[in-house]
Design a protein around this ligand. Sequence first.
Ligand code: MLC
Ligand code: AMP
Length: 513
Amino acid sequence: MSSHNLFSALRAAFPSDLDATAVQTDEGLHYSWRDLDRATAMMANLLQSLDLPEGSRVAVQVEKSVEAMMLYLATLRAGYVFLPLNTAYQSAEIEYFIGNAEPAVVVCSGANFGWVSKIAFKAGTQHVFTLNDDRTGSWLDRAAHHSDQHQAAPRQADDLAAILYTSGTTGRSKGAMLTHGNMLSNALTLQDYWGWKRGDVLIHALPIFHVHGLFVAIHGALINGSKMIWMAKFDPKRAIGYMSEATVFMGVPTLYVRMLAEPALTKAAVKNMRLFIAGSAPLLIETFAEWQTRTGHTILERYGMSETAMLTSNPYSADKRYAKQSERRGGTVGFPLPGVSLRVRGDDGQDLPVGEIGGIQVKGPNVFKGYWRMPEKTAEEFTADGFFKTGDVGKVDERGYVTIVGRSKDLIISGGYNVYPAEIEGYINEMKGVAESAVVGVPHSDFGEVGVAVVIAKAGATVLPDAIIAELKAKLANFKIPKKCFVVTELPRNTMSKVQKNLLRDQYKNLFA
Ligand code: MLC
Ligand code: AMP
């Protein structure tokens, strides 16, 4: 292939019948493959008409819609860099991302245009468009004036396709730079490894601003020429209803927990389904086992991250080549995907023997190029021989199955979203009357894990837990808000005076379990 534009590879996989349905929505709308081709051409032409510099970022914070997916595909097609933003982010968060990424184009919902455009123009962005989930907005109005023919911009495998912001243990969010090559190689590997076949239909139930919904799900369906049943918002009853006409489902563990609570989830309801895939957060063995009992299907759990796309997966055993490793083992994330090297290292940097727990490091064509404008941070996160330090702690057993046992990064994964305690603590510590705070993750029956804030007031000050929560809600994305706040007189500390978060986690572990 002379060009490695990811869009071209996805386009080449469209079925020959371009009038067949590519996406069927919740509202009963049908988009054909031809619609995807024409609309992304018009949008790509609109982008190109703006005369943007090479490598320009297109930052997008809009509700999930097929048009929003088209905007992503059009950005690839035109050769620019897509920067998706969680719709829950509020102004301080957006200000940081836009200030850091300096996008040439920002697309937001009409309702947020006032404050988002102000932030964007201040950061030097020249073009701000709106796109709403009811198929209105200046983005579509403007695209409608452009040609529906477009030759995808030639791109090399190493050229940037997307930047995904992800936080670290300390400091602000970092933009993980993913290339056309990273994503195409991962999509092709998964197509083969998960046994995608003709006629597969994917239920697309996840948001499209993170790796899981944006890349694994969308690329997975498109590279296979497979139809998607498009849910603007996950609803367990409707998802189960769609299973009679679908074959593949992807979800974070919370989606499985919520579907298990539905009496409609029966063996009969899922008899058309071929594969259930889970990831983004640990799948409890109870959920894995209950799903097996209720549906007769074994969930296939896989592991990945923003910096690397997918890294490991339990096997899809129908493929003879992988027959020796055919069992999907609950509690594990399976084997390194073909092409991915994975090792477990101890604190001293030595490889650990089978079964021993250490830091997971990875290398492969899927591993990102580095953090946006943070060369030192990038260098810190890679070893001298080019392995990326995931920050996850795990082990590999004698059969090669990888198990994640924890994280060295101080991170809470709540319903598949990442919450960084350091960020929340920073906000709480600035509040009036607060001396110090600690945010820890505790088990939660729906979200898997949620944050709890433990706060110490300054001498003589009165600090109310509800007021802290209310103040946080005014500033931060809703999923980051601790589900409970306690004001206490002291925090447990070790001899170095460091707060012992493990003791706090233990103390509050039964709050929501
Ligand atoms: C919503 N809320 C959450 C939350 N989602 N709280 C904690 N964690 C979450 N994930 C809160 C809201 O703030 C709100 O609180 C209340 O719950 C109800 O909000 P909602 O919007 O109605 O929730 P709902 O729509 O039901 O959302 C739940 C969900 C959603 C599970 C469907 O969180 C979701 O789509 N999660 C998927 C995330 C994902 O795609 N992750 C992939 C990352 S990629 P209040 O107080 O305001 O009422 C990755 C790499 C990889 O990690 O390996 O894939
Ligand atoms: P993100 O930065 O949003 O891409 O989140 C990536 C992180 O999610 C990984 O580093 C893991 O900690 C976690 N993760 C992803 N998949 C799994 C899984 N199957 N089991 C446990 N943790 C997971």
